[in-house]
Design a protein around this ligand. Structure first.
Ligand SMILES: C[S@@+](CC[C@H](N)C(=O)[O-])C[C@H]1O[C@@H](n2cnc3c(N)ncnc32)[C@H](O)[C@@H]1O
Length: 285
């Protein structure tokens, strides 16, 4: 699979930042034991009924959403490249007594191996900051189609690439993303959990690590929304929902965003509406 060196560097950059993110997350075990869920209504609406379904959560990070999905009755396998994220996920599953499997793997390697081994799932799910880590949408989409059962579905919720054309003051300074060109971020994966000031910490925000700096750079791959939809359609998946939302859940991408109810972030009042997030539901015949 192409760009293995860049994906490997991304794993290293993620490993460095995961502890800082986790330092802000409060007592997730207690949150879950009191019936909490880290999921937003948008993905719940797209996912539909999960009771008794097998579900693979791709790029699951430290497993909060995977555990929430398991608590809705799905048999969940979480997959992520980061060693640190997967260790935290395993620890959280144990502390909360949730039956969930976590596998540390690069998503492309995992999809290839799962397909070779004949593993199949009713639902595949990925959310909030996943497409930008994928150097090739075609093999990703074919890989997902290959591990779904007939009648199975893939649900994706991610930040809208339209937001990537702006600088921090909402000036239109960049081209709309396309083609998956790698973009080197010297400063690596940042502490966006701290920057979101509570938006990404449903169990309560803790000050935790301050002024985090990541010495390990990372590579983002810039794709447009049309390219994501086309890759899924070409892999034989039927797009049944494509929804755009004028807010983003949890993440304060621009400092000057307003937080609404339910941890939704919107631009300041003088900025006209743009889509900040999208959701896709795609089904396998
Ligand atoms: C922004 S997080 C996704 C958020 C996640 N859905 C959650 O519930 O917190 C992106 C994740 O993608 C993972 N990742 C990046 N490149 C990957 C790859 N090539 N294979 C597997 N996981 C990857 C990172 O380790 C990180 O945990």
């Amino acid at each position: 699979m192409e760009r293995r060196d860049l994906r490997e560097q991304n794993r290293v950059s993620w490993n460095v930042v995961v502890g800082a993110h986790n330092s802000h997350r409060g007592d997730l075990s207690r949150f879950f034991s009191e019936g909490g869920s880290t999921l937003f209504q948008e993905e719940l609406d797209l996912l539909g009924e999960l009771e008794g379904r097998s579900l693979v959560h791709l790029q699951c990070n430290s497993g909060g959403d995977s555990i929430s999905l398991a608590r809705l009755g799905a048999t969940v396998t979480g997959v992520d490249a980061s060693d640190e994220a997967v260790s935290l996920a395993l620890a959280l599953a144990e502390e909360t007594g949730t039956k969930t499997t976590f596998e540390r793997a690069d998503v492309y390697d995992w999809l290839e191996e799962a397909s070779r081994e004949g593993r199949h799932f009713d639902v595949a799910f990925a959310s909030y900051g996943v497409i930008c880590w994928l150097p090739n949408l075609r093999s990703w989409a074919w890989g997902i189609a290959g591990i779904l059962n007939p009648g199975g579905r893939f649900v994706l919720v991610d930040f809208h690439p339209a937001a990537d054309i702006f600088d921090k003051d909402w000036n239109h300074v960049s081209d709309y993303p396309s083609g998956g060109e790698p973009l080197l971020l010297d400063r690596g994966v940042g502490d966006y959990v701290a920057a979101s000031g509570g938006g990404l910490t449903p169990a309560g925000f803790v000050e935790g690590v301050r002024d985090f700096e990541n010495p390990e750079g990372c590579y983002l791959f810039r794709w447009g929304l049309g390219e994501v939809v086309t890759a899924l359609a070409e892999a034989g998946l039927r797009i049944t929902v494509l929804q755009e939302y004028p807010y983003s859940n949890g993440e304060r991408k621009f400092a000057a965003m307003r937080g609404l109810l339910d941890r939704r972030m919107v631009p300041p009042e003088h900025i006209p509406t743009i889509p900040l997030m999208y959701g896709i539901r795609a089904e396998k015949s």
